[in-house]
Design a protein around this ligand. Sequence first.
Ligand SMILES: [Ca+2]
Ligand SMILES: [Ca+2]
Ligand SMILES: [Ca+2]
Length: 207
Amino acid sequence: MSDVPGLGSAETISVYMDGPHWVQPVFRFVGDHDVEVAHITPHPPEKTVVGQGFSITVNVTVGNLGDIWETITVTLDAEGLFFGEQVLLVQVVSLPVGEEQTVEFTWFTENVVKDNYTLSAHASIVPYDDAVPSNNELIYNGIILVTIPGDVDGDRSVAVYDIADLTEAYGSSEGDLNYVPNCDIDNDADVDIFDVVIAVSNYGESW
Ligand SMILES: [Ca+2]
Ligand SMILES: [Ca+2]
Ligand SMILES: [Ca+2]
């Protein structure tokens, strides 16, 4: 066998001939292309609500199940359930054989329509990646709501209940028992005065 860059390995076939013949060379590529999306989840996983204009972190784990080093395109797709708005974020990943890699996406929701969004991740299908069933796409089993900043309980209004939630989580950082990702409006891994100020500035608003 010999390696053919980008395609895999080709078997060499010896042919014994007892006279002049035309020989049509045939290459059979035995290298197997198969990339997958193994996981997709927000970080932290409990984050379900994003204030419009702020961000959410989404981790996508891709794996290379084939036997060729791949360079793939990983796409995060957020699709609105009601208004159908679609947001695509793209990253290129180099993925050695047998390895998994987690790609971190930060989705900034500035100018994103307030709506419920489904998230899905897609790994670009490299040539001959015909694994069945296709493992190149994974839909996140959950909904992300883009709403008014400060609507931390996701009921589409900023009210006393949201302030109560923020008060309970106040002073916490990621990893603390009382840290609530939805209360971390500015997505900087803590719930502090800046998150409260954002909520208070939108108090009474609804949609
Ligand atoms: Ca695949
Ligand atoms: Ca609310
Ligand atoms: Ca914060």
